[in-house]
Design a protein around this ligand. Structure first.
Ligand code: MF3
Ligand code: CO
Ligand code: CO
Length: 246
C-alpha cells in the first residue's frame, strides 16, 4: 500500500506540474496515462464499471468523475484531478484540485477549505476512534467556513480493491460507525461545494456536477491507521519524481 500510494501521488504531482492553460482534458488524460505507465503501474479507473479514462478530471462546477474531452482548460479554471493506480496488487487513490494559472478569491478559498478539511479528517484517523469522528471533523470545518458537503459520494476503505468497507462519509449520518484499528487503509476524500450541496449526473452517465452551477473542490489521500499517528500513504517519494535522464 505504501508503494502504491507513493506511485499515485507521484503521478498526481506530475500531472499538476504539467497542466497549463489551453491544454485539453484529453491531453491531460493522455499525459496521465504515460506517467502511470512510466511507473510500471496501471490506472485503477480505466474500465472500472466501464469508466473510459485513465484519471478523473473535473473542471469548475464538475464535482467528481469528469471525463476527458476536447475542452481546453483556461486561466481561472479549477481542475480536480483524481488518480487511482494499481501497483504490485494494491491501489493508491489520491486527488487534488488546482487552479489553472490562478483563480478568483472564492474558488481559491474553496480549494483551501477543502484541503484543510481533508487534514482535519486525517487528524481523527487514529486507532480507537470511529469513522464518524473523521466525518464530523470534515463536516464541521467545511460548514463553519460557509461551504457545503456533497452527500452522494463518500470516502472508502482501499486495498487490493479500490472501494472496500467501510464507507467514509464526509458528514455525520447517525448510523453505527466502525471503530478504527491499526492496519486499516482508508481513502478520505471531501467533496465540497461553494453553493448548495445538491449534485446531478450528466447524460454521459459519469460527470457529477453541482445543481446550482457553483464550483466544487475535491481532495483525497490514502491513509494508514497505525498504533499512533495516521500515516498518509499518498505522499510523493522524492526518488519517484526525479526527471528521467534523456
Ligand atoms: N477515484 C474515485 C474515488 O476516489 C473513484 C473513481 S471511479 C471511476 O473513489 F470509475 F470514476 F474511475
Ligand atoms: Co480517488
Ligand atoms: Co477514493
Amino acid at each position: 500500500m505504501r508503494a502504491a500510494g507513493a506511485v499515485a501521488s507521484a503521478v498526481l504531482e506530475e500531472i499538476c506540474a504539467w497542466i497549463t492553460p489551453s491544454v485539453t482534458t484529453k491531453d491531460i488524460d493522455q499525459h496521465a496515462a504515460s506517467c502511470i505507465r512510466s511507473h510500471g503501474a496501471k490506472s485503477a479507473f480505466l474500465g472500472y464499471r466501464k469508466y473510459p479514462c485513465y484519471v478523473c478530471l473535473s473542471v469548475n462546477e464538475e464535482v467528481v468523475h469528469g471525463l476527458a474531452s476536447d475542452r481546453h482548460v483556461q486561466f481561472g479554471d479549477i481542475v480536480g484531478i483524481d488518480v487511482g493506480v494499481l501497483f504490485r496488487g494494491y491501489i493508491g487513490d489520491t486527488a487534488r484540485t488546482v487552479a489553472v494559472g490562478g483563480c478568483d478569491v472564492l474558488a481559491q478559498k474553496l480549494i483551501d477549505v477543502t484541503e484543510k478539511a481533508l487534514y482535519e479528517g486525517i487528524a481523527q484517523a487514529r486507532s480507537g476512534k470511529q469513522v464518524s469522528d473523521i466525518s464530523r471533523a470534515i463536516q464541521t470545518y467545511v460548514e463553519r467556513n460557509g461551504f457545503s458537503i456533497v452527500r452522494e459520494f463518500v470516502g472508502h476503505g482501499v486495498g487490493r480493491s479500490m472501494h472496500e468497507e467501510p464507507q467514509v462519509p464526509n458528514y455525520v449520518d447517525g448510523k453505527p460507525s466502525p471503530r478504527l484499528r491499526p492496519g486499516m487503509t482508508l481513502a478520505i476524500e471531501p467533496m465540497v461545494n461553494a453553493g448548495g450541496p445538491a449534485v446531478q449526473i450528466l447524460r454521459d452517465g459519469w460527470t457529477v456536477v453541482t445543481k446550482d452551477g457553483q464550483p466544487s473542490a475535491h481532495f483525497e489521500h490514502t491513509v494508514l491507521i497505525t498504533e499512533s499517528e495516521p500515516e498518509i500513504l499518498t505522499w510523493p517519494a522524492k526518488h519517484l519524481l526525479k526527471p528521467k535522464a534523456r
